[in-house]
Design a protein around this ligand. Structure first.
Ligand code: ATP
Length: 348
């Protein structure tokens, strides 16, 4: 990537009063790329997005947008001069304008005919052309969000900013609108910074994900790299429930009720994280477990297991199996472990 195109945020720090809510964040978004900021509530995602938008001026650091310095070094360009598009949770269509009027609103510099052509083209892209004459209050939440997307994209912004844009929609509609939004953003090749606290949403939407905690980016990579090689227990557990064992290490091996796992480096203790989907049932040799409960969740089954060990405390753990056959309560099973779903971190 040419470092002067797209968005480049360098060493951004931001304080509210004495509290540092963004702490030395650096990230870049290539043209057409979608980067998700993912993290728990209060970790500084929205503030980072607001700094990119120009709605906040950072305490330190610089923001360069399509080769232009827009924040930092004494410069602060207001949002309306940054050529950015917004899509937030509350679609905030103008109630006194019809759908076409809403989409035309941001492209007043075009002539009347050009404006209408462009607005209808964008409405067509989001599947809302037939509603051009409708009023916002006549539309469902999902339809309003589609119109808001068309309105944001009509001026052909250099950067789109999405803050939890689907969280106001119920699950089935959310999946659909999310899918459509991704395709429209990609078709228009617009660089996008999106904020979400939902790991599945980040995995679905993002080319790259930046996981944030307490104002800092903990790890930034492609979704599959984050899932397969999490940098620490926080990132590993953020993508869903994990079984955690605090283990003592001897001769480079961490001892857990599921067996011994090799540990890098001279550490005395380790945390061993095993994803529930990394535990299977086998006819071969393996740790023995008793079924405490088994539930079909839909596409997978969740099995609660108790694993005993000659010299470690018994462990209660969860396994997720693709199979729909549920073992009976009290049944004794042998377990197989998929080592690609086991993550070992040194512990203090
Ligand atoms: N204008 C403000 N004045 C003072 N504190 C603020 C302000 N805006 C945000 N904060 C605080 O800064 C911290 C980070 O907030 P931010 O909204 O960036 O987090 P977030 O990760 O987006 O969380 P959420 O998902 O809950 O919105 C929080 O502790 C929040 O209370």
């Amino acid at each position: 990537m040419n470092s002067t195109t797209g968005l480049v945020m360098s060493n951004i720090t931001h304080h509210f009063g004495q509290t540092r809510v963004v702490d030395d964040v650096s990230l870049s978004i290539a043209p057409g790329e979608l980067l998700c900021l993912l993290g728990p509530s209060g970790c500084g995602k929205t503030t980072t997005l607001r700094i990119a938008a120009g709605l906040e001026s950072p305490s330190a650091g610089t923001v360069v947008l399509n080769s232009q310095l827009v924040s930092g070094n004494g410069v602060h360009l207001p949002p309306e001069r940054r050529h950015v598009g917004f899509l937030f949770q509350d679609y905030a269509l103008f109630p006194h304008l019809d759908v076409l009027g809403n989409v035309e609103f941001g492209i007043q510099s075009l002539t009347g005919t050009e404006r209408k052509t462009r607005a209808l083209e964008m409405l067509d892209q989001v599947g809302m052309k037939d509603y051009a004459q409708a009023w916002p209050h006549q539309l469902s939440g999902g339809q309003q969000q589609r119109v808001a997307l068309a309105r944001a994209l009509a001026p052909n912004p250099g950067l789109m900013l999405l803050d939890e844009p689907f969280s106001g929609l119920d699950k089935r509609l959310r999946d659909q609108v999310r899918d459509e939004t991704l395709h429209v953003l990609k078709r228009n090749r617009v660089s996008t910074l999106m904020v979400t606290h939902d790991p599945e949403e980040a995995m679905f939407m993002a080319d790259r994900v930046a996981v944030m905690r307490q104002g800092r980016i903990v790890q930034m990579d492609q979704p599959e790299a984050l899932y397969n090689s999490p940098a620490d227990p926080f990132v590993a557990s953020f993508f869903g429930e994990v079984n955690i064992f605090d283990a003592l290490v001897s001769n480079g091996m961490a001892d857990t009720p599921l067996g011994r796992f090799s540990v890098d480096g001279p550490v005395a203790k380790a945390q061993v994280l095993v994803r529930p989907e990394g535990i299977g049932i086998t006819d071969d040799a393996g740790p023995e477990a008793v079924v405490l409960a088994a539930r079909l969740l839909g596409r997978v089954s969740l099995i609660h297991l108790r694993v005993e060990h000659p010299h470690l405390p018994a462990a209660h753990l969860h396994a997720r199996l693709a199979s729909r056959a549920l073992p009976a309560e009290g049944e004794r099973l042998r377990l197989s472990i998929d080592h690609s779903q086991v993550f070992i971190f040194p512990a203090t």
